[in-house]
Design a protein around this ligand. Sequence first.
Ligand SMILES: [Zn+2]
Length: 170
Amino acid sequence: MSSKIREYPGSEVDLDALKAGSVLSTGYRTTLRYSWTSGVAVSRFLDGLKEGELWARKCNECGRVMIPPRMYCEEDFRPTDEWVKVKDTGKVNTFSISYVNNDASRREKPIVVSVIEIDGASPEMGILHLMGEVDPSEVEVGMKVEAVWRPKAERKGAITDIAYFRPRRK
Ligand SMILES: [Zn+2]
């Protein structure tokens, strides 16, 4: 818990409260059946992650190097031109310290979610990821960071092939 927040207002709703009916709730069974194609640009990006590489697309009209990559430049209304391999280092563009899990339960230790501007890509081009090996109170905008990759055998072409970003050491 941060030094500024001593106590959360209200009370947490947990599974026991739902089962006991002590809070208003409704139940339904969803039928979520869909598939999503990652497309040409993101497929290449995801393949690169398996190799420990970050690939961006460059538009030769405006000169921007975009990551995550896209095949079309929304500034120039034309296809982008070439693949550019960028570094696995960057700097913190923005970040959030979260005390809430993705199931809305509360965390004792926070996670830090950050947008990382990737070195070699254009300013403000970046990817959303976790911070690690750093005290949340020490994270700041502009902090230089580097990717910590999962072992190659564990990579599967997902953004989680990068375990997290940590303050830069090299
Ligand atoms: Zn462009």
